[in-house]
Design a protein around this ligand. Structure first.
Ligand SMILES: Nc1ncnc2c1ncn2[C@@H]1O[C@H](COP(=O)(O)OP(=O)(O)OP(=O)(O)O)[C@@H](O)[C@H]1O
Length: 272
């Protein structure tokens, strides 16, 4: 389904992403880990065409999405929604309008100028918010919500696009452990129930181990680990993070309570 072939991105003299290749069959939950500056964000930005690659190909169902131009490129950007650490909502706008912004580029200029949305679109936005457990927040300004709720609004906005792939760049880096868990559980549910691939840059090992089917470790732009969470031992993690024997896993922990797995009772209650 996804084949990344020898993708490189050079900034000046430095390769931020350096000849990376991997293949993902089916709608997996893929985590990308690595220290700051490893190239994780640059790779996600290349995937959804916010940044151009210097060379390489990314084949999605056999089509090189790096070669797309014009409307085909915009269609691809709609097919792969992006979620950011800082949510990127319009703070003073109400929640349901923020969700509707997921399909802003599908509307005419007149519709956009007069803020006209069809009843079907509004009902769809509300039903997505309902699914994510925050429909009662729909009329509130986005800025009035907690960080975890705002990130769920951002996920709802992504779902409004009906994407094939969700790219999440450090989606829980600004959240406390409880909210981090709800957001990760939400992404996992979307992955499992909808069959959408999720590729998430994660800064914590415990989260990668708990939620991902596959973990890719990057260091200095290169892939230095590609395996299952079970293969991600402390020694492997030390290599990925370029740390010495004093490497302490706790420093890369979100501290999501260990007795909670994905889709557990807590998340079910929050998301029902
Ligand atoms: N637009 C740019 N111009 C110049 N250098 C850049 C640009 N974007 C990224 N870089 C450099 O590329 C390297 C990889 O950055 P990137 O943001 O992809 O890393 P990262 O693993 O996502 O780290 P972080 O978690 O801190 O965001 C860094 O050295 C960064 O300074």
């Amino acid at each position: 389904m996804l084949e990344v072939r020898n993708v490189t991105r050079v900034f000046g003299q430095k390769a931020a992403v350096d000849d990376i290749s991997f293949t993902v069959e089916g709608p997996a939950f893929v985590g990308i880990i690595g220290r700051s500056g490893a190239g994780k964000s640059t790779f996600l930005r290349i995937m959804n065409r916010l940044t151009d690659a210097s060379s390489g190909q990314i084949l999605v169902e056999g089509r090189d999405i790096l070669a797309l131009r014009g409307s085909a490129q915009r269609q691809w950007q709609s097919d792969c929604a992006m979620i950011f650490q800082q949510f990127n909502l319009v703070p003073r706008m109400d929640v349901v309008s923020n969700v509707l912004h997921g399909i802003l580029n599908r509307r005419s200029t007149v519709q956009t100028m007069f803020n006209l949305w069809s009843q079907a679109d509004i009902l769809r936005a509300l039903s997505i918010l309902d699914r994510l457990g925050i429909v009662e927040q729909a009329p509130k300004r986005a800025e009035a919500l907690s960080g975890g709720q705002q990130q769920r609004v951002a996920i709802a906005r992504a779902l409004m696009q009906d994407p094939k792939i969700i790219l999440a760049d450090e989606p829980i880096a600004s959240l406390d452990p409880m909210n981090a868990q709800v957001v990760m559980d939400t992404l996992k549910r979307i992955n499992v129930e909808d069959g959408r691939m999720v590729i998430a840059n994660l800064h914590t090992l415990d989260t990668a181990r708990r939620y991902c089917d596959r973990v890719i470790g990057m260091r200095d732009g290169r892939i230095v680990f590609d395996g299952t969470p079970a293969q991600l031992s402390t020694g492997v993690a030390r290599d990925i993070y370029g740390a010495d024997a004093s490497f302490n896993e706790a420093a890369t922990s979100t501290a999501i309570p260990a007795d909670h797995g994905p889709d557990d009772a807590y998340a079910a209650k929050m998301l029902a």
